[in-house]
Design a protein around this ligand. Structure first.
Ligand code: ATP
Ligand code: MG
Length: 447
């Protein structure tokens, strides 16, 4: 993409309404524009990152054997009356009446709709286990939408639902989700720590929230410092292997890590030596939940078991805050100049910077580098504007592409360009061919 033909409305001034760095940077980098409180338009650069995050979520869900589908944003109130949540949900639910006077709502989540689909179509234990998911916009009429996409009213969520015959099977689905989430966040360059969360009215121990540590996080968390040394890495996982998934759960959840809702100071002190105790702030980027037969009983989602009995299915639901992740990634990865995208989610892989626009040799070299990189599967943003070098560097730093190739007439005389890492700021001179090879190698290894 040539920057002169792109739509990248960067802001010079720091927007006064943005309280936290990720919100400021998303506005300044022309990624989003507020449409109304807590509701945003995704401008091309923001939309590109959103799609990359979504793609990683899809790949990792499907790797775990979960099946993609799509449910609507608008739902009938009737299903929510069956589960009892139409009245329980309160003011966060946006209620709508259609022209025939029918009560509708903009879905804040989808347990009811998915349970209805499953009860209509699944009758036998032979149809289980089943895990369905979708990535769809949600609406929650938050009292205080703030921090940009972090706490929006309309936001994009991956929500998945498992249906199993027994509690044991459903717990394997729970573990499978935990494993797939660890892998998902790591691919985005994030460390998200599973922490014991509050199961509310349903009770039980089977819910974890995934938190990214950041000073601007809305949750207060307490954890054993050793947890931050755990890396999931590129492990070979067989998602059907019950013991292997349980082993990963054990490894990542046995140390003390809790949100303030489940924190008990006496237990913290008893379990964690003082030098390892940490309290900090965190951003919730996901949650997994096993809730047994709550919805299947209320809504009559039953299957016939091997003995011919009708039994309610065991369910869980599992969410990832897809749009919130943009904010969380920026909170975790930026400096005073702007965003630093992890390679896995960067909107473009490489920025190309022409230091003397209009000079036929540099123009031709930039164009050639762009063509070759694109041919080899990398997305480029070529700054071909008639601008000072300083302004071009500032824009590249702000939008945070991890790698930049700078092409100038002096370098070209020696047959070199400059390859610069956004994260370290280090530059190396090399031939254009060598820079291209290096980038292909870096991204090959990152995906
Ligand atoms: P919170 O406690 O932050 O209000 P929640 O626990 O109600 O969130 P879930 O129902 O667990 O949210 O939704 C799954 C994920 O969706 C959350 O982990 C979070 O990442 C994301 N999410 C929830 N509410 C919002 C919101 N208002 N804006 C953006 N993302 C959100
Ligand atoms: Mg939650």
């Amino acid at each position: 993409m040539r920057l002169s033909r792109y739509f990248l409305p960067v802001l010079k001034e720091t927007p006064s309404e943005a309280q936290i760095v990720s919100h400021r940077l998303m506005l300044r980098a022309g990624m989003i524009k507020q449409a109304s409180a807590g509701i945003y338009s995704w401008l091309p650069l923001g939309y590109k990152v959103l799609r990359k995050i979504e793609q990683i979520v899809h790949e990792e869900q499907q790797r775990a054997g979960h099946i993609p589908m799509l449910m609507p944003t608008l739902q009938s109130a009737d299903l929510w009356r069956e589960s009892g949540r139409y009245d329980d949900y309160g003011q966060e639910m946006l209620r709508i009446t259609d022209r025939h006077g029918r009560d509708m709502l903009y879905g804040p989540t989808n347990e009811e709709l998915i349970t209805d689909i499953v009860r209509s179509n699944v009758n036998s234990y032979k149809d289980l286990p089943l895990t369905l998911y979708h990535i769809q916009w949600k609406f929650r009429d938050e009292v205080r939408p703030r921090f940009g996409v972090m706490r929006g009213r309309e936001f994009l969520m991956k929500d998945g639902y498992n249906f199993d015959l027994t509690k044991e099977d459903a717990l394997h689905a729970y573990n499978r989700h935990l494993v797939s989430y660890l892998r998902t966040y790591e691919r985005m360059g994030l460390q998200a720590i599973p922490m014991r969360a509050d199961a509310g009215a349903i009770g039980g121990d089977y819910t974890h929230e995934f938190l990214v540590l950041a000073d601007t996080g809305e949750s207060e968390v307490f954890y054993d410092q050793e947890i931050t040394d755990l890396k999931f890495g590129n492990r070979d996982i067989d998602y059907d292997d019950v013991a292997q998934c349980a082993g990963v759960l054990e490894e990542f959840t046995s140390r003390y890590a809790r949100t303030d809702e489940t924190h008990v100071e006496a237990e913290f002190e008893a379990q964690v030596p003082e030098a390892h105790r940490r309290s900090a702030r965190g951003i919730e980027v996901g949650q997994i939940f096993y809730f047994g037969t709550k919805y299947s009983e209320a809504m009559g989602a039953k299957v016939q078991d091997a003995d011919g009995n009708q039994v309610p299915v065991h369910m869980g639901s599992h969410g990832i805050g897809v749009s919130r992740l943009l904010g969380a990634i920026i909170e975790a990865s930026h400096d005073e100049k702007g965003i630093i995208w992890p390679e896995g989610v960067t909107p473009f892989h490489v920025g190309i910077l022409n230091m003397r626009q209009g000079d036929s040799a540099t123009d031709a070299a930039c164009h050639g580098i762009q063509l070759e990189l694109e041919k080899r599967g990398l997305e480029t943003l070529y700054d071909d504007r008639e601008e000072r070098a300083g302004a071009k560097f500032a824009t590249m730093d702000l939008i945070g592409l991890p790698w930049r190739i700078t092409v100038g007439p002096r370098g070209l005389e020696k047959n070199v360009v400059e390859l610069t890492s956004r994260r370290t700021g280090e530059s190396e001179e090399m031939s254009a061919e060598a820079a291209i090879d290096r980038l292909v190698q870096i991204y090959g290894a990152a995906s």
